[in-house]
Design a protein around this ligand. Structure first.
Ligand code: TYD
Length: 138
C-alpha cells in the first residue's frame, strides 16, 4: 500500500433547517465491514496521537468536530490530510504509518476499523515499519 491508496470519502449530507445529518454504512461509504469504532477527544494542545501502523486494520477517520491533521507515510512518501468537516472521511488502508496531529480545541475524531482491537496488529516502531515495508511484508 502507498499513500495513493488513501482517499477522502465524501459522506451523504441531508441539509435541514433543524440541523444537518450525515451517515456511513458498511461496505458502502465505508469500504469494509466495521468491526470496531472508537473516538479521540479532549486532546491537550500540542499532543499527537496514533504514531503507528496496522498490519491488517483498515480505517476511516472523521473529524466529527473541530479539526486535526492526519499524516500518512508509506515509507517513501508522506501526505498530510487536513480534516475539518464532519462529512468527509479519510480512508487509510492497512500497512501505512499514520500520525494524528494539530488537534484544535474541542476536536473530536471518530474512527471506524475493519478488525477488532488487537495489540498484535500494531507496528509501533518506525524502523520496524520501514523494514517490513522494504521486505514487502506489509
Ligand atoms: P492507541 O491506539 O495506542 O492510541 P493512539 O491512537 O494514540 O496510537 O490506543 C491507546 C490505548 O487504548 C491502548 O492502550 C489500547 C487501547 N485501545 C483499546 O483497548 N481498544 C481500541 O480499539 C483502541 C483504538 C485502543
Amino acid at each position: 500500500m502507498t499513500i495513493e491508496n488513501c482517499s477522502i470519502i465524501e459522506l451523504p449530507r441531508f441539509f435541514d433547517p433543524r440541523g444537518n445529518l450525515s451517515f456511513a454504512e458498511n461496505n458502502a461509504q465505508v469500504p469494509f465491514v466495521i468491526k470496531r469504532t472508537y473516538w479521540i477527544y479532549d486532546v491537550p494542545g500540542g499532543e499527537d496521537r496514533g504514531g503507528h501502523a496496522f498490519k491488517e486494520n483498515q480505517e476511516v477517520v472523521i473529524a466529527l468536530s473541530g479539526a486535526f491533521d492526519v499524516v500518512v507515510d508509506d515509507g517513501v512518501h508522506q501526505k498530510k490530510f487536513e480534516l475539518n468537516r464532519s462529512y468527509y472521511g479519510l480512508y487509510i488502508p492497512a500497512g501505512l504509518w499514520r500520525t494524528m496531529e494539530n488537534f484544535s480545541t474541542n476536536s473530536f475524531a471518530l474512527e471506524f476499523g475493519s478488525v477488532k482491537y488487537s495489540a498484535e496488529d500494531y507496528i509501533r516502531d518506525y524502523d520496524e515499519f520501514l523494514k517490513l515495508k522494504k521486505d514487502g511484508k506489509i
